[in-house]
Write a protein that binds this ligand. Structure first.
Ligand code: MN
Length: 258
């Protein structure tokens, strides 16, 4: 199995290296990742600037390709320039910080997996629910385990797995939980500060407090120390509303022609 590994914390991040060590045990791994941190860039791609790439060494060995772009750029660049053919799987992570709920929309890590899924490649995004004192080793083993699951399951084109791992001792993890994506809005607060020249600025922050008990929702299950596994679909068309509009839209046009 040939695995393309990317992330949004950059090619020098701790999480991508931990996952690389585990994935090497189950396949051939090609690392193509941003040359510096690109967290929260979502599914952006680089069209108005050139894309630079350089070979990166870690621990005195060739590790991978550092790209002056986003995670989505990395997947496209890997297939178009470095590999010249599709890998068997795309894995993105391990992200430092959770990507549950609405983070799915903002995360560069998740976008890396979505880009793989759009290109018809089985893909996984994996994130560790911690910012302080992260321990990536257990999450890395989960990533490798789920990669073998995805390799043998018929994942639909455009669908990928979004995985979040709690940052607790493995003995405290309650198991894998199949979850749906939470839709609670996040990052709704702004901290007002002053810069050294006494100009005011704002820093966006904040997550919603988790009080929900429904562990079928990723955020709640993660909070209760489950490894959450959410199948995410790239097609965001609302088919129920589509059929509703299908009846009314033509009549609406004829009645009130713009
Ligand atoms: Mn990140």
């Amino acid at each position: 199995m040939h695995i393309l590994l990317t992330n949004d914390d950059g090619i020098y991040a701790e999480g991508i290296y931990a996952l690389y060590l585990e994935l090497k045990k189950i396949g051939k791994v090609t690392v193509v990742a941003p040359d510096s941190e690109r967290s929260s860039v979502g599914h952006g791609i680089t069209l108005a600037h050139p894309i630079w790439h350089k070979k990166v060494r870690r621990r005195d060995k060739f590790f991978g390709h550092g790209i002056s772009g986003t995670p989505a750029d990395c997947v496209k660049f890997a297939i178009g320039v470095i590999l010249k053919r599709k890998p068997d799987m795309v894995i993105s992570g391990i992200n430092l910080g959770p990507n549950d709920g609405c983070s799915v929309f903002y995360s560069g890590t998740v976008a890396g997996a979505r880009e793989g899924a759009l290109l018809g490649i089985p893909s996984i995004a994996i994130s560790l629910a911690a910012f302080l004192n992260p321990d990536f080793s257990y999450a890395a083993r989960c990533g490798a385990r789920l990669a073998t699951l995805v390799a043998t399951s018929r994942i639909p084109k455009g669908t990928f797995l979004n995985v979040n791992v709690p940052n607790v001792k493995p003995s405290r993890v309650k198991g894998f939980k199949l979850t749906y994506q939470g839709m609670v809005p996040i990052h709704g607060t702004f901290r007002k500060r002053k810069d050294p020249n006494l100009r005011e600025y704002h820093w966006m922050t904040g997550r919603m407090p988790l009080r929900g008990k429904d562990v079928r929702m990723d955020s709640n299950a993660l909070h209760q120390n489950f490894v959450t596994v959410t199948p995410v679909r790239s097609d965001s068309t609302d088919y129920t509303f589509f059929h509703q509009l299908d009846n009314t839209l033509p009549k609406f046009f004829n009645r009130r022609r713009p």
